[in-house]
Structure formats: structure tokens, C-alpha cells
Design a protein around this ligand. Structure first.
Ligand SMILES: Nc1ncnc2c1ncn2[C@@H]1O[C@H](COP(=O)(O)OP(=O)(O)OP(=O)(O)O)[C@@H](O)[C@H]1O
Ligand SMILES: [Mg+2]
Length: 386
């Protein structure tokens, strides 16, 4: 069904129609879309005192155009995830001011005073002590409260049904969790990595481990995930002297294995570390996996006594957290691999003056994380490998 595709000039009247800013006469709008998928506009009152952001999903992939159709229902998934997170971690996402399901458009807090974490890291910044801890905490808050520990069984079944996202999950199943290990037209890599790309395609043991992670992704409905938790989905900065961490863009949200969110973040941290190593700008990169896991585990254990189903005992919590860890290690591996020999690569590596050595190191690390995830049972084990 058709809907209104918003252009820059439509935004002021659209905002008024939706009941925002009835009292603002002059609205200045600019488009800031820099992702692949959707459009983002920033609106500002002329006196600069007020601003907000509008994100609209088009019925196709923005950078490809109508030749690559994509259901705009992904905006529903994004709005649904934000609504869940707002209940438990409102300080870690942008304030959502309205969602218009008819036009697949979200109106939210303007975060242009903050910076995308990947951009900062690529410029040589460090993480600081808060970022990864807050992200781990967010994963715990969202996942605990949308798991069978945090939600009555019937509500959970309804959440699972409402959060099914076949089109976006299929993208992950293909682009992340199979194509890089096959001959596929999407795949590309640096010529210096020809040997490793061929080895990965021929490696039967690797393929079985990726198949295991892929099947877990498809079947393990543990909790509502962000679904795309990379360093380009995080904004950081300071407001009134206090550190601010905001996670955004949860359009890939669905009910899946908790380790997937952590693993994606770890992969991006590890790749960012390889960039810094190549440039001689290593800072606090090596701490981030541990900081995010500690943030996650501490918060998950803090919430555990509030669980709705006490048949799950404390010994089961330990077992469950170990499984989440192991999954996260494996998904970190698949995310690294797909970002180097798969479809969509990372600017962390592509903008290096000599990207091949760092890419090779990361690729080898990714393979080890997938193959040896059972024995890599602590952050120190992964440090030793990296
Ligand atoms: N609330 C906001 N305030 C300020 N800028 C924003 C806001 N939301 C998004 N942006 C800007 O727009 C860019 C794209 O946003 P977002 O990642 O949500 O879009 P996307 O099309 O889903 O991207 P992707 O292709 O990575 O999935 C962000 O990188 C950021 O620069
Ligand atoms: Mg997106």
C-alpha cells in the first residue's frame, strides 16, 4: 500500500499534522541520512531553542533505490524495540516523541550534539570508562525483561509473535551467517586476502560451527534483541558535564539469542582495536569486551532475584550466562569475518592507508572465535588471542 514519502520541505507541515510544535512558526529542516536503509531529517526552530529528528523507512533500501525493495515494516520493529527499552533503560536511547505506523516514521530526540561511536573511534578517540559498561547494562536490561525470567509466559509468547521480523532476520541469516562461507556475488575482499577467503570457503569444520550459530540465531528466542548493535548504532557525548551513551537504530530487532547483541558489539570493538594497532593509536581498546560483559553480567545478576519464574534456580543462571558468553564469542567471530570477506565492510579497516595486514589479523581472530568459542571462556582468553 502506498504511503507518504517525506521530503525535506514536507517535514514542517508533517510535524504540525502530527501534533508536534504547534507553537513553532519557523522550522528549518535538513536531511542527514548517512545509513544505507532509511531517511533521517533534523528539524530545528529558527531560534535554535528546539530540535527533533524524523526517521522514515522507505519501501526500499535507500542507497539502492526501488530496485531493492524492502518492507517498511522495519520501522515497526524499531518503534517496538524502543518502546520496550523505554520501560527499562530510557536513559540509554533517544526519547521517542511519536511513531506514525501509517507512514513508517518515528519522531525522536535530536542527538546531533552527540557523536557516533565509530566516527570517534576512527578519529583516534578512546572509549572512556562508561561506554561499554552502559552498553552491556542495556543488553541485560532489555534481554532480562523480555526473557522468560522477566516476563510471564503468556506475555512472552505474545511478544515473540509480535516481534517476528522475517525479512530483516533473513538478511542476517544470509549476509552474516552463510554467504561469507560460500561463493556468492555479494562477497568481496582485498586481493591480499584471496588465500584466506578461499580457505574459509573450503573449511568444513568452520562451516559446521557457523551452521550451529546460524541455527541458534534462527531458533533461540531468548529475548528481544537490538539486532544491529555495532559502533555505528551508538552515540556518545557529554551533557551538563555527565557522560551520555545512547543506542539507536534497532530496526533489526527480533526475539533471538542474547549473545548476538553482545557479539556484534565485541566484533566491532576488536576490529577497532586492529585499526588502532595498525595506526599506533591503541588506547583502551583492549578493555572493552570485559567492560561490556561485566556491565551485562552485573546487571543481569542484579535483576535475577526479580524473576517471575523461580523454578529457574541460581545454578541455572550460571549455566545460562555461560551459554550467552559462548554464543557471544561465536557471533563476534562471524561478525568480524563477514565485515572483511562478506558484503558490507567497515570503515575502521577500509580507510586504513594499508588495510590488508589489519584485515588479515582480524579475519584470523574471527575464525578462532568461531571455532574455539567453547574453550575461550573468559575475557583474558580472548585477550591472549587478540
Ligand atoms: N535522533 C537522531 N539525532 C541526530 N542524528 C540522528 C538521529 N538518528 C539518526 N541520526 C543520524 O542519521 C544517521 C542514520 O541513522 P540510522 O542509523 O538510524 O539510519 P539507518 O538508515 O537505519 O542506518 P543503517 O544503514 O546503518 O541501518 C546516523 O548515523 C546519525 O548520523
Ligand atoms: Mg539501520
Amino acid at each position: 500500500m502506498g504511503y507518504r514519502i517525506l521530503e525535506t520541505d514536507d517535514i514542517p507541515s508533517y510535524l504540525r499534522e502530527r501534533g508536534h510544535w504547534d507553537d513553532v512558526d519557523d522550522i528549518h529542516v535538513r536531511e542527514v541520512s548517512d545509513g544505507n536503509m532509511n531517511r533521517v531529517f533534523l528539524a530545528r526552530s529558527t531560534d535554535g531553542s528546539r530540535s527533533l529528528a524524523v526517521k522514515q523507512a522507505l519501501p526500499w533500501v535507500r542507497v539502492a533505490g526501488p530496485s531493492w525493495p524492502m518492507s517498511p515494516d522495519r520501522a515497526d520493529a524499531e518503534a517496538r524495540a524502543y518502546a520496550q527499552i523505554a520501560k527499562v533503560a530510557p536513559d540509554k536511547i533517544p526519547a521517542i516523541l511519536g511513531y506514525d505506523p501509517e507512514n513508517h516514521a518515528l519522531v525522536m530526540e535530536d542527538m546531533s550534539d552527540l557523536e557516533v561511536l565509530r566516527t570517534l573511534l576512527n578519529e583516534g578517540a578512546s572509549y572512556g570508562p562508561h561506554t561499554s559498561a552502559r552498553i552491556g547494562e542495556l543488553v541485560a536490561q532489555l534481554s532480562f525483561t523480555t526473557s522468560d525470567f522477566g516476563m510471564p509466559s503468556a506475555d512472552r509468547k505474545a511478544l515473540i509473535a509480535a516481534s517476528v521480523s522475517p525479512e530483516l532476520c533473513k538478511i542476517t541469516e544470509d549476509v552474516v551467517l552463510s554467504e561469507p562461507y560460500l561463493t556468492h556475488e555479494h562477497n568481496h575482499w582485498l586481493p591480499e586476502l584471496d588465500d584466506l577467503a578461499a580457505e574459509f570457503r573450503a573449511d568444513a569444520a568452520l562451516r559446521t560451527e557457523v551452521a550451529d550459530l546460524r541455527h541458534t540465531f534462527m531458533t533461540s528466542a531468548q529475548a528481544l534483541l537490538h539486532g544491529d548493535l555495532h559502533t555505528g548504532s551508538v552515540m556518545v557525548g557529554t551533557r551538563e558535564g555527565a557522560p551520555v551513551v545512547r543506542v539507536f537504530d534497532p530496526e533489526f530487532s527480533f526475539v533471538g539469542p542474547i549473545g548476538y547483541d553482545l557479539g556484534l558489539y565485541w566484533a566491532n570493538a576488536l576490529v577497532s582495536e586492529e585499526r588502532a594497532r595498525a595506526l599506533g593509536t591503541l588506547a583502551d581498546h583492549a578493555d572493552q569486551l570485559r567492560l561490556s560483559w561485566d556491565g551485562f553480567e552485573t546487571e543481569f545478576r542484579r535483576l535475577w532475584p526479580t524473576r517471575v519464574d523461580t523454578f529457574f534456580d541460581d545454578a541455572y543462571l550460571d549455566r545460562f550466562l555461560r551459554r550467552v558468553w559462548t554464543d557471544a564469542v561465536g557471533y563476534a567471530g562471524t561478525e568480524i569475518v563477514r565485515r572483511i570477506i562478506g558484503f558490507a565492510h567497515l570503515t575502521d579497516l577500509t580507510t586504513l592507508p594499508a588495510p590488508a595486514p589489519a584485515s588479515r589479523r582480524a579475519l584470523l581472530l574471527g575464525r578462532e572465535l568461531i571455532l574455539r568459542r567453547e574453550e575461550l571462556s573468559t575475557a583474558d582468553h580472548i585477550r591472549a588471542l587478540a
